[in-house]
Design a protein around this ligand. Structure first.
Ligand code: DP6
Length: 342
């Protein structure tokens, strides 16, 4: 989930962003994509199933990932299983891919990010590609921009890069998943419905029509990225929360400044945000941060377990699960659920 948002491309084909971005990768035990890849000489074409339903692999993004991984494939030999595939054979062999999300797909919970990251990683393993996750991130990026960040755990920055071919536009890990383990993430699943405007077409419309976009990409985000990196490295929750919330609100303001306007958040998202804002103000120091990507689901990050318990109690009081407002909550820690009385 991004805390500094990627929105707007400077190169549509290579998927190069107009600004740097930072995200946090969710704990895979709660939200993840599982991708299995099989290869066989009897397969007559590449095929893929997403959540059990066959989908086309003919799109440019899938083709880019498959081509780039195949170009880096190596010999694979496993005597115990009787497998021997020479480097050059990978060009002729076809793959079958099965990918499953344990969370709503295309509902603004970064399913394309985890999907392409997982796909590239699985293909690289299968074809014995030796590149590290940084290099693989430049391939995942060509599937979906945000996917480049999801190859790493913890907090991750997508570096803009300067090269025209995008080879240095990669993701780097800022800190690993254990570094800031006080932080607790709670996801309020407001809607599992697919979003009306995809991120790709939404950001293209924004770049074409928003007069605020250029100011954001050039003036606001570069400074925010530096401040955010500092806050993460210092585990400075107050600064982190201030920046995350401001970034969320500016991103959605930019969406509104698009013609026609794009509404990703809905009334429930707004009410959840108000609830957090009021609480933070009443305590005096931020206890929780909020952010939504291209959809109404709200990702909340609490300062620590105690704050998470209090936050969850508040949310459950105002927005009971399975009500008309909220489908469900995803909470990273069973103890918090217990403490909150769930
Ligand atoms: C709002 O990575 O889905 O989640 O590169 O066109 O596939 P494409 O877009 P995508 O956009 C994600 C946008 C965002 C913000 C973010 O993740 O930084």
């Amino acid at each position: 989930m991004s805390v500094i948002k990627y929105w707007g491309k400077r190169d549509e084909k290579l998927i190069l962003a107009m600004n740097e971005s930072i995200s946090v990768t969710f704990d895979p035990t709660h939200l993840c994509t599982t991708t299995t890849v099989a290869v066989s000489p009897v397969f007559d074409r590449d095929r893929m199933w997403l959540n059990g339903k066959e989908m086309s692999l003919s799109g440019r993004r899938y083709q880019n990932c498959l081509r780039e991984i195949r170009a880096r494939a190596n010999d694979v030999e496993d005597e115990t299983k009787g497998i021997k595939i020479a480097k050059n054979d990978w060009e002729k062999l076809h793959v079958h891919i099965s990918s499953n999300n344990n969370f709503p797909t295309a509902a603004g919970l970064a399913s394309s990010a985890s999907g392409f990251a997982c796909l590239v990683f699985a293909l690289a393993k299968l074809m014995n590609v030796q590149e590290d996750n940084g290099k693989l991130s430049a391939i995942a990026r060509q599937g979906s921009g945000s996917a480049c960040r999801s190859l790493h755990g913890g907090f991750v920055k997508w570096v803009m890069g300067k090269e025209e071919d995008g080879s240095d536009s990669i993701a780097v890990q800022l800190v690993d998943e254990k570094y800031w383990d006080d932080l607790v993430i709670i996801i309020a699943v407001v809607s599992s419905q697919q979003k009306e405007t995809s991120s790709s077409s939404g950001m293209l419309q924004t770049v074409e029509t928003s007069t605020l976009m250029e100011y954001r990409a050039k003036e606001v985000v570069p400074k925010r990225v530096i401040e955010m990196e500092e806050a993460i490295k210092n585990r400075d929750f107050s600064t982190f929360a201030r920046l995350t919330c401001a970034e969320n609100n500016q991103f959605h303001a930019i969406c509104l400044d698009t013609s026609p306007p794009i509404f990703y958040m809905n009334d429930t998202s707004h009410r959840i945000i108000s609830c957090v804002e009021k609480w933070n103000r009443s305590v005096g120091t931020p206890q929780a941060a909020y952010t939504c990507d291209a959809g109404p689901n709200v990702v909340l990050m609490a300062r620590d377990r105690e704050a998470a318990t209090l936050l969850l109690r508040r949310l459950l009081f105002h927005f009971p699960p399975n009500s008309t407002d909220i489908d469900s909550y995803v909470v990273g820690d069973k103890l918090i659920l217990k403490d909150a009385g769930v």
